[in-house]
Design a protein around this ligand. Structure first.
Ligand code: COA
Ligand code: AMP
Length: 613
C-alpha cells in the first residue's frame, strides 16, 4: 500500500478520529466536544484563526521568520514582514477596526487590490471574530453592489486604486456607484491615485493592538461570493475551526510544503485560491507566503514567474492554467527560464479550469518538476481531487486532476442520482458528510444551499460539474453542467452578464453563453433581441460591451454581441444556453425535445457559422 492509499483508508475507516487527530496541530482555546455534528465540525471548540496563523508561530520560534513577501512589479516595490512584524500590524489594525465599531459577528467588506494591507485586513477581522467578505478588485459596481446588499457590512475597507499593466483602476467611482446607503469606509491611499474623502470616510490607520478573540469553531470566518446560475451571487460561508484544520492538513499532505518554506499562490486574494493559499493555508502552516501584484506576462515580460521563483526561493507555485498558456504564447521556447536558477523549486500546482494536455506537457518539460492538476471549488475551500505529493504520489495521468483526496468520496451519478460505473460520464457528486473546511451553508440562504447543493442528489453534495471516474480512481472533469462560465480561470455567471445587458433600453431580451477559447478557456458571447423600433448599429454593440465592463468588470472579457430575431427557448420559456454553446462551437446535438420552435436552431446555426470558419 502507498502512503496515499493508507491515509485514504485511515480516513475512510474513521473520518471523525482522522480529523480530530489533524485538529491537534492547532492551538485551541477550548477543546471541542466531538469532531462532527451534522455538517458542522468541532462543535464546542473555541479558537481563533488569526491567533493560529500568527501568534502561535511567534510564540513557537518563528517570530523572526519572514511571514509575508510582497513583490509588486506594478508598483515597483518589494517588502518583507516577519511573523512578529505581521502580528504587530494586524493586531494594531484590529484595534482600529474595533475603534470604528467592528465587533465579533459584524461583516467587513474588503474591496482592495493585491497589497499587504488586504491580507492584514482579513487577519484583523479574523482576530476580532468579525466576518470578512473580500470582493475581487476586478469586479465593477453591479457585482460589488450585489455583495454589499447581501453581506450588509458595518464597515468597508478599500484602497484608492488597483494597478493593471496599462492603467490605474480607480476604486472611488466604482464603490460610490455601488453604495445604496451610507456605510463607513476606511481607505488606503496609494501613490498612483488620491481619494476625495467624504463624511464617514477615513484614511487608513491603526490603533492600539488587540488580542485575538476566541470564537466558536463553527462561527463564520468569512463570506466569499461565487457565481451562481442567476445574477445573484452565492455567499459561501467558511467557519473558523474546520477551515483551519483542513487547510493546514492540505499544505503538508497535498502540497508537500514544510513550515519555513516559501509558498506562492499566484492568484488574487479576491478568489478562493487567494483566501485559502495566499493567506490562511500558508500562514497556518508557518510558511512564508508570497503576494505578487503583477501578471505572468507583461510585467515586464514572460520571465516574471521565473524571476520571482528564483529571487524568493519559492518551493511551490499554485496558479491557473491560463497563466501558463499566457507564458507559453509569449515565450514558447522558455528562453527566459534559461537565465534563471530554480534549484529550490519542487512543484507546480494548477487549478481553476481545465488543464489542456499541451500546456501540461509544455510546463512539465520546461520546469522538470511535477505538474499537478487538481480540482476544487470555492465551496469546498481546498482540493477535492489531486495528486497528493505529500503522501508520496506522483502525477501520472495527463488530463486528470488526480484522485479523491482523503476526506472526499467522489461519485459519478446519473440524472436520477444513481452511481454510474467507471468510464461513464455523469454529474460529479461528493458523498455526505463533507470534510472540514467545506461551506456548511450560504450566507442568509440555508434553503438555497439545500436546493442547489443537496436536493438534486439525496445523500450527496452536487458539485455542478460533469465528468467521469477511471477504473483506477482518476477523475476527469468535463466542465460545468450549469450556466457558470470560466474565463481565464475566473468563475462568472451568465446571469450577471445578462443582467448588465438587459438594463440597456434597446434590449427586449438576451442570453449570454460561453464559447471555447484556446487561451482563456472560455469567452462569453451575448445574444440580444431588440425592442421594436430599435436598430442594430455599431454604437449599440459598443454600448452593450461597455455596460458589461462597467457593471461586471473588464475581467468578464465580454467583447462579442449578436443581434438576433429570437432566442431558442423551451415551451416554458427557459433559454437553451447549452444549445447556443454547442451551435457556436460546432458540436452536433439532437434538437432538444422541449424546444418551443425547432426552426430557430437552423437559423442560429447559420448565424453562428462564422465562428467555425
Ligand atoms: N482589477 C481591475 N481589472 C482587472 C483585474 C483587477 N484585479 N484583473 C484583470 N483586470 C482586467 C484586465 O486589466 C483586463 O482589462 P482590459 O480588457 O482593459 O485589458 C481585463 O480585466 C481582462 O483580464 P484577463 O482576462 O485577466 O486578461 P489579461 O490579458 O489582462 O491577463 C492573464 C491574462 C493570463 C495574464 C491573466 O488572466 C492571469 O494571470 N490569469 C491567471 C488566472 C488566475 O489568477 N485565476 C485565479 C484563480 S487561480
Ligand atoms: P471556483 O469556485 O471559482 O474555484 O471554480 C470552480 C470550478 O472551476 C469547478 O467547479 C470546475 O468547473 C472548475 N475547475 C476547477 N479546477 C479545475 C480543474 N483542475 N480542471 C477542470 N475544471 C476545474
Amino acid at each position: 500500500m502507498t502512503d496515499y492509499q493508507r491515509t485514504y483508508q485511515d480516513w475512510k475507516s474513521d473520518p471523525e478520529s482522522f480529523w480530530a487527530k489533524a485538529a491537534g496541530c492547532l492551538d485551541w482555546h477550548t477543546p471541542f466536544d466531538r469532531a462532527r455534528e451534522g455538517n458542522r465540525w468541532f462543535p464546542g471548540g473555541r479558537l481563533n484563526t488569526c491567533y493560529n496563523a500568527l501568534d502561535r508561530h511567534v510564540l513557537h520560534g518563528r517570530a523572526e521568520q519572514t511571514a509575508l513577501i510582497y513583490d509588486s512589479p506594478l508598483d515597483r516595490k518589494q517588502e518583507k514582514f516577519s511573523y512578529v512584524q505581521l502580528l504587530e500590524r494586524v493586531a494594531r489594525l484590529a484595534g482600529k477596526l474595533r475603534e470604528l465599531g467592528v465587533e465579533k459577528g459584524d461583516r467587513v467588506l474588503i474591496y482592495m487590490p493585491m497589497v499587504p494591507e488586504t491580507l492584514m485586513a482579513m487577519l484583523a477581522c479574523a482576530r476580532l471574530g468579525a466576518i470578512h467578505s473580500v470582493v475581487f478588485g476586478g469586479f465593477a459596481s453591479q457585482e460589488l453592489a450585489a455583495r454589499i446588499r447581501d453581506a450588509r457590512p458595518r464597515l468597508i475597507l478599500t484602497a484608492s486604486c488597483g494597478l493593471e499593466p496599462r492603467r490605474v483602476v480607480e476604486y472611488q467611482p466604482l464603490l460610490e456607484r455601488a453604495l445604496e446607503s451610507s456605510i463607513p469606509v476606511m481607505v488606503l491611499e496609494r501613490a498612483q491615485c488620491g481619494w476625495h474623502f467624504r463624511e464617514g470616510q477615513h484614511p487608513w490607520s491603526d490603533s492600539e493592538p488587540v488580542e485575538a478573540v476566541p470564537v466558536r469553531a463553527t462561527d463564520p470566518l468569512y463570506i466569499l461570493y461565487t457565481s451562481g446560475t442567476t445574477g445573484i451571487p452565492k455567499g459561501i460561508v467558511r467557519d473558523h475551526g474546520g477551515h483551519a484544520v483542513a487547510l493546514q492538513w492540505s499544505m503538508e499532505n497535498v502540497y508537500n510544503v514544510r513550515p519555513g518554506e516559501v509558498f506562492w499562490a499566484a492568484s488574487d486574494m479576491g478568489w478562493a485560491v487567494g483566501h485559502s493559499y495566499i493567506v490562511y493555508g500558508a500562514l497556518l502552516h508557518g510558511c512564508t507566503t508570497l503576494l505578487h501584484e503583477g501578471k505572468p506576462v507583461g510585467t515586464p515580460d514572460a520571465g516574471e514567474f521565473w524571476r520571482v521563483i528564483e529571487e524568493h526561493e519559492v518551493v511551490t507555485l499554485f496558479t491557473a492554467p491560463t497563466a501558463f498558456r499566457a507564458i507559453k504564447k509569449e515565450d514558447p521556447d522558455g528562453s527566459y527560464l534559461k537565465e534563471r536558477n530554480l534549484a529550490r523549486f519542487r512543484a507546480l500546482f494548477l487549478a481553476g479550469e481545465r488543464l489542456d494536455p499541451d500546456t501540461y506537457q509544455w510546463a512539465r518539460q520546461l520546469l522538470q518538476v511535477p505538474v499537478v492538476d487538481h480540482w476544487w471549488q470555492t465551496e469546498t475551500g481546498w482540493p477535492v481531487a489531486a495528486t497528493c505529493l505529500g503522501l508520496g504520489e506522483a502525477p501520472t495521468v495527463p488530463g486528470s486532476p488526480g484522485k479523491a483526496v482523503p476526506g472526499y468520496e467522489v461519485e459519478i451519478l446519473d440524472e436520477q442520482g444513481r452511481p454510474l460505473p467507471a468510464g461513464q460520464e455523469g454529474a460529479v457528486a461528493l458523498k455526505l458528510p463533507l470534510p472540514p473546511g467545506n461551506s456548511p451553508t450560504l450566507w442568509n440562504q440555508d434553503q438555497k444551499y439545500r436546493e442547489v447543493y443537496l436536493d438534486p442528489f439525496p445523500g450527496y453534495y452536487n458539485t455542478g460539474d460533469g465528468g467521469y471516474l477511471a477504473e483506477d480512481g482518476h477523475l476527469f472533469i468535463m466542465g460545468r453542467l450549469d450556466d457558470v462560465i470560466i474565463v481565464a480561470g475566473h468563475n462568472l455567471s451568465t446571469g450577471s452578464l445578462e443582467e448588465a445587458l438587459a438594463g440597456h433600453p434597446a434590449v427586449a431580451e438576451c442570453a449570454v453563453f460561453a464559447v471555447k477559447d484556446d487561451f482563456k478557456g472560455q469567452l462569453p458571447v451575448g445574444m440580444v433581441v431588440l425592442k421594436a423600433g430599435c436598430t442594430d448599429t455599431p454604437e449599440l454593440h459598443q454600448q452593450l460591451i461597455q455596460r458589461v465592463r462597467d457593471g461586471v468588470g473588464a475581467i468578464a472579457n465580454f467583447k462579442e454581441v449578436l443581434v438576433v430575431q429570437r432566442l431558442p427557448k423551451t415551451r416554458s420559456g427557459k433559454i437553451l444556453r447549452a444549445a447556443l454553446r454547442k451551435l457556436a462551437d460546432g458540436v452536433d446535438f439532437p434538437t432538444p425535445p422541449t424546444i418551443e420552435d425547432a426552426s430557430v436552431i437552423d437559423e442560429l446555426r447559420e448565424l453562428l457559422s462564422y465562428r467555425r470558419r
